[in-house]
Every structure is written in C-alpha cells, then in structure tokens.
Design a binder for this molecule. Structure first.
Ligand SMILES: [Zn+2]
Length: 173
C-alpha cells in the first residue's frame, strides 16, 4: 500500500509538470481537458459529489453544480484520479457519494481505489513542493488561522482539505 501511494505522488506531479500546470492554484479542469476529458457541472443529488463516465473510449467528469467551488475542485481531481489510475478503457461508471479528504483511512477491499483517488487529488491540488514554496515565499505561519486561510485561498482548497494535507505531510500535528 505504501509503495502504491508513493507512486501516486510521482504520477500526480509528473502529470502537472508534463502539462505545464505545476503552479498554485492547480488548474484541474485544464489538466482534465489536456488529457482528453470533458468536465461538466450538473445538478446531482446532494450526497453525490461527482462521477466519472467512461464510454466508447471517451470520458466525462460530472461535478455537482451545487457544491462549493473548492469542493468541486477536489471532486474533479478525485474523478481525474479514477481516470488516471483505475480506468481500464472499458465502459465504466464511477459514482462518488462522498469524497473524503483523508488518505489514511482503513485500507480494505474496494476502499483502496477511493483512498488512492483521494491521495491523488491531494497530491494534485496541494503538491508538497508548491506548499513548501508558498510557506516560504509568503511567510506563512501555520499556527496562525489567518495565514492558514490565506494558504487555502492560494491553492483554492477548503481549509479542511488543507488541514488534512498539512497533517499528512507532518507540517502540523
Ligand atoms: Zn471515487
């Protein structure tokens, strides 16, 4: 599991660099489009964050139009992960009823793909190197709530997602 997860970090960073999108805030829609996917906002049940439809070799990411833009970005990155990591090319529908920000949940059975997708989304939207650079360039104090808010705005992620990410990188406890 640990080995697979470290491969996911490398994969996310290489996709960003190869597509010249390695800067904050990461443009996840542009990345999806460069990979040939279409991203659309649609009205969905409130408990559905988004879905990935693969049909006839084409792929569409649908994101819940009613959700907060930061959450939509995380959902789009999560669906992009299913495309990049779990798509065999065969027709398939991935539906995500909730997207968690944690990547350390119990790794059992089919949850593995969800853990991987969340890990990929966090690596994509909040690359370690870009976070480190922002902490330095913008003189961010992670013990200061206002600074954490600024950092979340810079990366266009929720403070909750950022908090999980900083904890998982052991930048905060
Ligand atoms: Zn998923």
């Amino acid at each position: 599991m640990r080995h697979r997860l470290s491969g996911i970090r490398a994969r996310a960073i290489s996709l960003l660099k190869k597509n010249d999108l390695f800067r904050a805030p990461v443009d996840v829609v542009a990345l999806a489009e460069r990979l040939g996917l279409t991203v659309v906002l649609e009205e969905l049940d409130d408990d559905v964050s988004g879905l990935l439809m693969v049909k006839g070799g084409k792929a569409i990411i649908v994101v819940n139009a009613e959700h907060h833009p930061n959450r939509q970005r995380f959902t789009a990155a999560h669906e992009l992960a299913h495309y990049a990591l779990h798509n065999s090319g065969a027709d398939h529908l991935f539906v995500d009823r909730k997207v968690f920000f944690r990547d350390e949940a119990a790794a059992t059975g089919e949850d593995v793909q969800e853990i991987e997708a969340n890990k990929f989304a966090a690596e994509l939207l909040m690359p370690k190197a870009l976070l480190g650079q922002a902490l330095e360039d913008e003189n961010i104090d992670l013990l200061d709530d206002f600074d954490v808010h600024r950092l979340a705005r810079k990366f266009k992620v929720s403070e909750q997602a950022l908090g999980f990410r900083l904890a998982s990188l052991q930048l905060i406890s």
